[in-house]
Design a protein around this ligand. Structure first.
Ligand code: HPA
Length: 278
């Protein structure tokens, strides 16, 4: 068997031994949504370190565990703490949790993150609906023998962020009176923030926001045929756009400030998605 698939199967068996829960929606909690667990009617939690073969996160402020429970009666699994490429993991390990959540039964992947604003019309604290992405600065998680059991060798990428889910999120934001920017997310490896010249490059390429995650997860989820949606919290304007140097603490602080609005939007969207998945 394919080695990466073998590892995934091992992790899945380890989860199944401990947890009997079938989520509909998989949620990845980015910076700022770290305490979203409080919004979930928690049924069970599983630390990543207790899953055999699972890559474990080292970023401060990121707790590493799956939370299983209900948001507005919708069964969800949430990743509290994601695995980043810049931590030194192979890309295959970075997306392993996404593949695992699909194996658990999740049909929808809801991605969230904190990102730097590149679009000059954006402000720190804005929320941005991801409409498309650029991930060519990080290796594809699909490199290597194809896992035929998960998806096809050459997946189509014309509608990564599902049109219906995008429309549902836009409608929900409108209903809640939450302003929502729309744009293209670009993933760079990090961990250094971009230089001003790199930010200009990203803008020229058509990106509106930059971050160090998400796009690779969407590539893996798209490969498996999951319905994907994503929202970025613009925690700061990218380097060179203000005379303020960036620090992880300030980015985290700004993301925390936007968190109440972000949480409200995510919760309402999950409720609406649950109805549309029935
Ligand atoms: N750049 C990259 N990643 C980020 C940023 C940024 O400015 N802000 C939050 N995550």
């Amino acid at each position: 068997m394919n080695k990466a698939y073998e590892k995934l199967t091992k992790c899945y068996k380890s989860v199944k031994k401990k947890i009997d829960f079938k989520p509909k929606i998989a949620l990845v909690l980015g910076s700022g949504l770290g305490d979203y667990a409080k919004e979930i009617k928690v049924e069970a939690a599983l630390d990543y370190k207790d899953i055999e073969g699972f890559p474990v996160s080292t970023v401060p402020g990121h707790k590493g565990r799956f939370i299983f429970g209900y948001v507005k009666e919708v069964p969800v699994v949430a990743m509290q703490g994601r695995v980043h490429y810049y931590e030194g993991y192979h890309m295959e390990d970075v997306v392993l949790p996404i593949r695992l959540m699909k194996k658990m039964g999740a049909e929808v992947l809801f991605l969230t993150n904190a990102a730097g604003g590149i679009n000059e019309k954006f402000h720190a604290g804005d929320l941005m609906l991801i409409k498309d992405q650029i991930s060519s600065f990080v290796p594809s998680p699909l490199i290597g023998p194809n896992m035929d059991k998960l998806g096809t060798r050459f997946p189509d990428m014309s509608d990564i962020y599902d049109k219906e889910l995008r429309s549902l999120i836009k409608k929900t934001a409108k209903k809640l009176d939450i302003p929502l920017q729309k744009g293209v997310y670009i993933q760079l490896t990090g961990p250094a923030y971009e230089s001003p010249a790199e930010v200009r490059m990203c803008r020229l390429l058509g990106a509106d926001a930059v971050g160090m995650s998400t796009a690779c997860e969407a590539v893996a989820a798209n490969h498996m045929g999951m319905k994907i949606c994503g929202i970025s919290c613009i925690s700061n304007l990218a380097c060179g756009m203000t005379d303020q140097p960036l620090s992880h603490e300030e980015v985290q602080e700004a993301a925390d400030k936007a968190a109440p609005m972000f949480k409200k939007l995510v919760t309402e969207c999950i409720g609406a998605m649950g109805k549309s998945l029935e």
